[in-house]
Design a protein around this ligand. Structure first.
Ligand SMILES: Nc1ncnc2c1ncn2[C@@H]1O[C@H](COP(=O)(O)OP(=O)(O)OP(=O)(O)O)[C@@H](O)[C@H]1O
Ligand SMILES: [Mg+2]
Length: 227
């Protein structure tokens, strides 16, 4: 197998059959040793973070596959901390799609003039460009189309899938009295017909979850959901 990309939290290998293998690392995003799912740098290393993220990712992707939602998932190997996936072509140089149920994080930092911190949001969808240098700016549907990153027809699919998947995750968390505030996904085009599928991961590092008004750290979230 061939190493094709070294990310902040995962390494990507190409397998001989053309599929990709994601190796989850113990590096997590954050600033100055404090975890932040929205941060653009590796802030700290937590032993077991990779395996914990993979366990949750496996759980959610298998749930989504059961529900017929298109994803890149093939299988996961918890022992070796790897996941085999179908290769996808990302939009432009990569996008992130966020679904928000409460006004926190960068939403509140941007719109604090109009929004109250923590106010409910109705599965509000935002797209950001993966561009660490420019701090992942948000981008509109029109700009995505104009810059040739994503067509308007694709945007519609992306938004619908995002709300559907976020809703499924939100429900799962609610079963454990945990509230999902926001969550971030990645999508890509896969296969010959360039179907839009969910890629990457779904772990504590991609979402803000709260229980009894208290933020739940990624490793604790995995334990609460999978126990
Ligand atoms: N099925 C797939 N096909 C192609 N690329 C994928 C697939 N699944 C995930 N990826 C890409 O693999 C990389 C995984 O690395 P990692 O999660 O460390 O991300 P990163 O882009 O470096 O940083 P971050 O997501 O933390 O901003 C990401 O670039 C992601 O877009
Ligand atoms: Mg990533």
């Amino acid at each position: 197998m061939k190493l094709i990309y070294q990310g902040k939290t995962k390494d990507v290998y190409q397998l001989e059959d053309g599929n990709y293998m994601l190796k989850f690392k113990d590096d997590v995003t954050g600033v100055d040793g404090v975890f932040d799912p929205g941060a653009n740098s590796v802030g700290l290393t937590i032993e077991g973070a990779g395996r914990s993220g993979l366990k949750l990712t496996k759980y959610f992707f298998e749930l989504l596959n059961e529900k017929g939602i298109p994803t890149h998932y093939i299988n996961a190997d918890i022992e070796n901390v790897t996941m085999t996936v179908k290769p996808a072509e990302v939009f432009g140089k990569g996008l992130e799609v966020i679904c928000r149920y409460r006004a926190v994080g960068s939403f509140f930092r941007r719109y604090g003039l109009y929004a109250e911190e923590g106010q409910p949001l109705d599965a509000f969808v935002e797209v950001t460009i993966k561009d660490d240098k420019r701090e992942d700016p948000t981008i509109s549907e029109d700009a995505l189309d104009m810059l040739g990153i994503l067509s308007k027809a694709e945007y519609k699919v992306l938004k619908e899938l995002t709300q559907k998947i976020a809703g499924i995750v939100k429900n799962e968390l609610a079963k454990k009295q945990i509230e999902l505030y926001d969550i971030k996904f990645e999508f890509g085009r896969a296969g010959e017909n360039k179907e839009i599928v969910l890629i990457d991961e779904i772990s504590g590092g991609n979402m803000r979850a709260y229980k009894d008004g208290k933020y739940i750290e990624p490793l604790e979230l995995e334990k609460l959901i999978l126990q």
